[in-house]
Design a protein around this ligand. Sequence first.
Ligand code: ADP
Length: 500
Amino acid sequence: MASNGKAAAPRVLVVDDELDTRDACQHILTRGGYPVFTAARGEEALQILETQPIAIVLLDLKMPGLSGMEVLRRIRQLGDSILVIVITGYATVEMAIEAMKAGAYDFIAKPFEPDALRIVIRRAHEKIRLTEEAGELDRERRRTLTDLITEKSRTRTLIDSLPTGVVATNADGMVVLVNPSLFRHLGQVSERPPGDPIDRYVADEGFCDLVRQIARGRYASSDEVPAFEFSPFEGKHLLARGRPIIGENGDGLGAVMTVSDISAIRAMDRVKSEFVAEASHELRSPLSTIHEQLALVIRDISEGNFTGDLPILNRALEKTHELISLVGDLLDLSRIESKSASLKPKPLCLDEALKNIVGFLGVNAQKRGQRLSLELPETPLPRILADPFAVESVFGNLITNALKYTQDGGRIQVRVRLREGKVEVAVIDNGMGIEQKDLARIFDRFYRVKNEKTRWIPGTGLGLPIVKELVALLGGTIHVDSEPGRGSTFSVQLPSHPPA
Ligand code: ADP
């Protein structure tokens, strides 16, 4: 490359009708390290120029045939890159000037000393070197500029694609950059281009105040990342965090803010605190009953009167039993919901599992004169891919409920069918049924139907929420049909395990 200073010497074409001049030039220039071509006439010179990358032409103006001026004109038509040095023999200075005007780079008067030729060629050579260097610099500059533009647009694309809202302002709080996520979080359909004060973009005074403070360099000297939470509309919670933009000399140039959507986290927090409130409530009433009962027994003991205490202690025992099962259900539910209960699905014979559950619970049914039956299809059931404990918990809960909420002597059927490649298990009872208004809520935590019939039936209100979570984890669905006074049907659809 020309810019490394070790570039090949430029090729020189000597055009002169005098052999002596041509030879002399060739001799001097070859010794100077230049590749030299010669031509005795203009036409010949133009032919050489067509085939050789000539950089410098030494051109005699006075030649027979095509004149030197004409050759010069043709060379100029080829472009600017070839430097022409005219040789003015007996011609006048005016001719040299005219040639310069026509685009010659330099001239040398004939006869010339070898040194004069060397000087004029070296000057042209230097000019070529400088031109090439400038060209290389220019290319380099363009490359860097293109890189910079590509880099900038890449960064811009990244910022625009961030799920987090981003807005930057100058020191006066005027927006200089804003990405689409910010508008989305704010629930705005149309985007406002940068250039306006921050409060035209975000209609929250607290947020805008913080931005202005940061922009004025308030947090510049600390590592603190100020944060601000606000709600642009009902149900939407946003968390803004910001930092000042600091210039090279330490000046505060503005503020850059990120705005993230924390609505889901806030909703979760609310559900959690509601849950804690509900759970505390559910735990408190049996605990206060136990407390009162124990206080009675202690009073009796202290008065030396034990006679009537056994039934009280028995009731307290029952209550502790209820509490233990409530806490057990709560733990199950929280483990299932937090997915920390590790389900270990394996291919499972559902009919076997159901036979076991029905066999086990059938003992309770018999005590109350209830008929509990299991109906299996004639064709063998495909295996399902499921965790055996989850299956046991789902159908154990549903059948226990059916028994609980059905009168003595009632009938409970567990019917298994194959439907559209899925296994459907329906737990059907002819018990008390569920009213429409309660149906939508029975899968809520702690929800229990409260009426005269259910009053004395123990329960935690956590069985169906556990069933619902587990069925979802098994990849299935559940739905209920019920009619008050006639009975209920809980149907669970589970995907069958594809045959290996
Ligand atoms: P519980 O511990 O109260 O049984 P569940 O979450 O299992 O809690 O059930 C919630 C409520 O749904 C019950 O309190 C009951 O009123 C109603 N329920 C559940 N299964 C049946 C059923 N088979 N028949 C009538 N009511 C039912």
